[in-house]
Design a binder for this molecule. Structure first.
Ligand code: AVJ
Length: 320
């Protein structure tokens, strides 16, 4: 019997159809934009793992330190028998949590769009934590989710600060859909990057080594490969700006000169004026009162708030 179960919920061709729709919508509107999910092809996922090790990119290591320090309290507060992780990726962060939740915790349900990330993580974890049942779910958690029946109470984890990639309206809908997964006694563990000085924030998204610039430009390679777009990353500059009014970091690609991108698969021609910018990601930064309000609006209560000693990142425990 395979050491873990894997269920595919994405209909065949869903990803290709989504990319086409996002490009058609995003590149024919003003300002142009693309959803950040398209960063994560194999090369993009590799570059993101490299980003997490950069000195300027504090979120991953800061969240891990909080998780390690607070995992026993999270285990005691939730008494979880199942851990569901949305956007689990390599499950790197999750190891600390799983170790603290074991041996009580019997079931781990990692959810991600990347089947290869899920398979790799599930194989490693069943090796490291004998007896843990892993039900890997290939799914896009922003499109609604049907979880396997596993024992409660359940702890749903959404870590890394990825909540910040959603715009406020999208976040409200996402948190409501998470709320619909929870039953009394269940909880949500949420990682959020916090508002801080502009220099620290911008440096985290525009590192000296240029890894984030390469990560940002990689989305153009995805368009070229998947849709035959004739676009050259050399024609664009990486831009990272702090929008202090909306309290989010924006990554953009700025056209160095007037140019036209043709996308044969979509029978589309996309003009860029010199200096025109395509928004490729927002990464919202939070305050405790804002997180509490957004959770409350979705029917959850912020019951624990843990930060690192600098107050740079927070883990929230929300209950229903
Ligand atoms: C994985 C979405 C949390 O927004 O900080 C890293 C992605 N973008 N550097 C983030 C990212 C640029 C990251 N998340």
């Amino acid at each position: 019997m395979s050491p873990f179960l894997l269920t595919r919920t994405l209909p065949e061709g869903a990803t290709a159809a989504d990319l086409r729709a996002d490009v058609l919508h995003g590149l024919t509107r003003t300002p142009k934009e693309l959803p950040p999910k398209w960063f994560y092809d194999a090369r993009g996922s590799e570059l993101f793992e490299e980003i997490t090790r950069l000195p300027e990119y504090y979120p991953t290591r800061t969240e891990r330190d909080i998780l390690v320090a607070r995992a026993p309290e999270i285990a005691a507060a939730t008494r979880a028998l199942t851990l569901v992780e949305l956007g689990s990726g390599s499950s790197e962060k999750t190891r600390h949590l799983l170790r603290a939740l074991r041996p009580r915790l019997a079931d781990y349900v990692p959810v991600d769009v990347s089947e290869s990330a899920l398979t790799g993580a599930a194989a490693a974890l069943t090796e490291e934590l004998p007896g843990l049942r892993v039900h890997a779910l290939v799914a896009d958690f922003t499109r609604g989710l049907a979880l396997p029946g596993t024992p409660g109470p359940r702890l749903v984890a959404f870590l890394g600060g990825t909540l910040g990639n959603l715009l406020p309206g999208e976040r409200a809908g996402f948190l409501r859909s998470v709320r619909s997964l929870l039953e009394p006694g269940d909880a949500l563990l949420l990682g959020t990057d916090l508002v801080k000085d502009e220099a620290t924030l911008v440096a985290a998204y525009d590192d000296a080594a240029g890894v984030t610039a390469e990560f940002n430009k990689n989305v153009l390679a995805v368009l070229a490969r998947e849709l035959g777009a004739d676009v050259d990353a050399g024609d664009f500059d990486h831009v990272a700006v702090w929008d202090r009014e909306r309290e989010w970091v924006e990554m953009r690609l700025r056209a160095r000169r007037g140019l036209t991108v043709t996308i044969p698969e979509l029978d589309l021609t996309v003009p860029f004026a010199a200096g025109e910018e395509l928004r490729t990601e927002v990464s919202a930064k939070f305050r405790q009162e804002g997180v509490a309000a957004e959770l409350a609006a979705a029917g959850m209560e912020l019951s624990r708030w843990w930060t690192d000693e600098r107050g740079w990142f927070a883990l929230s425990l929300a209950t229903v």
